[in-house]
Design a protein around this ligand. Structure first.
Ligand SMILES: C[S@@+](CC[C@H](N)C(=O)[O-])C[C@H]1O[C@@H](n2cnc3c(N)ncnc32)[C@H](O)[C@@H]1O
Length: 255
């Protein structure tokens, strides 16, 4: 039985898949010699990044939602609960980081059916559906692609740079998506280029892009329907390796 003070763990709609974890592990490599092998996932979900312990890393998974953070130990990582933009760690604490943020897509819809067995539940997935409540105010999973979403991600990148050691490795997992936009009564599909935006934002903060790989997606029901309609779809996730600035303290803030 769960203790009264612990939230009930709930499933997560966007965990790292085994192919993603394999690609991340290959890009990241083993811990550098002569440093504590500390690795952080600042938006860690249920802490599946803990699988990297098999490569010698000690993994800390930070997550804003308690119900997901509390599952991290079962997945091999040490949890902290809090905002990725205000981490409880000293400057230059980590030898590496890995993360996948919420993508600012339809998973961020606030849709939460009362009856989870309803038909709509089978074709829609949202963070609140899985969490069984709306997400935290400071969660990037609360917002669609746009100004507020980008500000939250940027604040998390600045904080990431603070806690990483100079030249530390950082692997980010991102995915573009299409959104239907109506302008003057005309519907168009617009591509939200999350990967390119994150690369530019990180480079502006002094990170260096080292490698980029694609991981093919099998495609869910919605993607397959869009494909059948002839709509463009994104058929892969991006995994991108960066190194942190050599002297993080001397890199100017972007604002
Ligand atoms: C794509 S999911 C990560 C899933 C994770 N890789 C896993 O395998 O479980 C993104 C996560 O970021 C969390 N998140 C969003 N905004 C956050 C913030 N400001 N601070 C910490 N976590 C945040 C969300 O709650 C969500 O669990």
């Amino acid at each position: 039985m769960l203790e009264p003070t612990r939230p009930e763990p709930t499933r997560h709609p966007a965990m790292f898949s085994p192919p993603l974890l394999k690609t991340i592990a290959n890009l990241l490599g083993p811990p550098p010699p002569g440093q504590p092998p500390l690795l952080l996932d600042p938006m860690g979900g249920v802490g599946t990044v803990g699988t990297l312990r098999h490569f010698g890393w000690h993994v800390i998974s930070n997550e804003i939602e308690m119900e997901w953070a509390c599952q991290a130990p079962g997945n091999g990582s040490t949890p902290t609960v809090g905002d990725a933009a205000a981490l409880p760690y000293a400057d230059h604490s980590f030898a590496a980081a890995v993360t996948s943020p919420a993508y600012g897509n339809r998973l961020a819809d606030h849709y939460m059916p009362v009856d989870l067995s309803a038909r709509s539940h089978k074709v829609r997935r949202t963070y609140p559906m899985y969490l069984r409540r709306q997400v935290h105010d400071r969660s990037a999973a609360r917002f669609h692609w746009g100004k507020v979403y980008k500000e939250l991600l940027l604040a998390a990148f600045v904080e990431l740079r603070r806690v990483l050691r100079p030249d530390a490795r950082f692997v980010g997992n991102y995915k573009d998506h299409f959104a239907t936009v109506v302008r003057r009564g005309v519907k168009t599909r617009e591509r939200r280029c999350l990967t390119a935006w994150c690369i530019t934002a990180l480079e502006d903060l002094g990170f260096t892009l080292r490698a980029r790989q694609r991981v093919p997606l099998r495609g869910d029901q919605n993607t397959n329907r869009a494909r059948q309609r002839g709509d463009a779809v994104i058929d892969h996730e991006d995994v991108v390796l960066f190194t942190a600035p050599s002297n993080a303290h001397q890199t100017a803030l972007p604002f």
